[in-house]
Write a protein that binds this ligand. Structure first.
Ligand code: SF4
Length: 200
């Protein structure tokens, strides 16, 4: 089995990194850095999973699991990329803070944040994509990858951070209200009550 440790903004705390290394050696695990910027321990023996999780949880590790709000996938952004317009880690923190009390989130939408319009984190092909530009934020909804990729529809231009956070909240609530079990955002953007028209 696998154990996935959630890493907000793709940051790997040194104590968790050290513990994961020790556990990988002790239990002969593989260490995979996932495409959504988490740390996954693979080849975990079923009988050792609880012990391994316990050691990581003692350091504050959070694990992937049903109902969790999706961590935004972020590019490295400012000040680590010289094209970055915003600090993407900070915006990721603000998004997560906005939803910290949300007990259950229905799958299966993802969020991406990019520090400029080069979109290294794939904002155009993610359910909710937030792109920083010199004129403010743009927000895209309904993008996806997979065998039939789609580019998201732009719903906001020249937006402030507060407007972005409000929009994400509205979109998440809309998804929640119109989803039975799980669904991608692209299935909702043509709903008659979808809260945003295209921003041209
Ligand atoms: S999207 Fe822009 S800011 Fe982010 S890593 Fe790519 S080039 Fe840098």
């Amino acid at each position: 089995m696998n154990i996935t440790v959630l890493l907000p903004a793709g940051r790997l705390p040194l104590d968790i990194m050290g513990k994961a290394r020790d556990l990988a050696e002790q239990y002969n695990l593989g260490v995979y850095l996932s495409t959504v910027q988490n740390l996954r321990l693979i080849n975990v023996p079923d009988e050792s999973a609880d012990a391994i999780k316990g050691e990581l949880a003692a350091l504050g590790a959070q694990f992937k699991g049903p109902g969790k709000f999706p961590l935004p996938r972020v590019c490295v952004g400012m000040p680590h990329c010289n094209l970055g317009i915003i600090d993407t880690e900070k915006l990721s923190e603000a998004i997560l803070a906005r939803f910290k009390d949300k007990a259950v989130t229905k799958p299966k939408f993802k969020i991406a944040v990019s520090g400029c319009n080069l979109s290294c984190s794939g904002v155009l092909t993610t359910d909710i994509g937030v792109m920083a530009t010199r004129a403010g934020f743009e927000v895209y909804v309904g993008g996806k990858g997979g065998p039939y990729p789609k580019v998201g529809r732009r719903i906001l231009r020249k937006a402030t951070e507060d407007e972005v956070l409000e929009a994400i909240e509205k979109l998440v609530n809309f998804h929640d209200a119109h989803t039975v079990k799980k669904q991608r955002m692209f299935k909702l953007i043509d709903h008659p009550d979808f809260p945003y028209p295209e921003a041209v």
